[in-house]
Design a protein around this ligand. Structure first.
Ligand SMILES: [Zn+2]
Length: 108
C-alpha cells in the first residue's frame, strides 16, 4: 500500500465539501477515461459551486465533463449530497433545508 499522492483523487478529499465526493470521484473517473494520468491542480468550493482544475494535453476533451460536474454541484447539498438549490443569505451556500443554518432565521 502506498500513500495517496496529489495525483490520486483520495488525496483531495479534504479540500472540498464532503457532499460532493460522489460528483468529484465520478468526474475524476470520466477524465481518467479520456486523459489517463491527468494532473489535478486544485479542487475546491467557490461561490457555492465546485471548481476542478486540471492540467491535460487537450482541455477541450474534458471541458464539458468538468462543466457538467460543476453544474451538478450547484444542485447538490455540500454537506450530505442531497439535491438542493443554492441559497443566498449574505453568503452563498449550496445546502439542503436540513443543513442550511440560515433556514429558520429571520431578519428585519
Ligand atoms: Zn444536506
Amino acid at each position: 500500500m502506498s500513500e495517496p499522492t496529489e495525483n490520486d483523487i483520495e488525496w483531495w478529499d479534504d479540500f472540498y465539501p464532503e457532499g460532493w465526493r460522489d460528483i468529484v470521484h465520478r468526474l475524476y473517473a470520466s477524465i481518467e477515461a479520456v486523459s489517463p494520468g491527468h494532473k489535478i491542480l486544485q479542487i475546491k468550493e467557490k461561490f457555492g459551486g465546485l471548481r476542478y482544475y486540471v492540467a491535460v494535453d487537450n482541455y477541450a476533451d474534458v471541458e464539458a465533463l468538468i462543466r457538467d460536474a460543476e453544474a451538478e454541484s450547484f444542485m447538490t447539498c455540500e454537506d450530505c449530497g442531497q439535491p438542493c438549490t443554492v441559497t443566498e443569505n449574505g453568503w452563498i451556500s449550496t445546502l439542503c433545508d436540513e443543513h442550511n443554518p440560515m433556514k429558520d432565521k429571520h431578519y428585519d
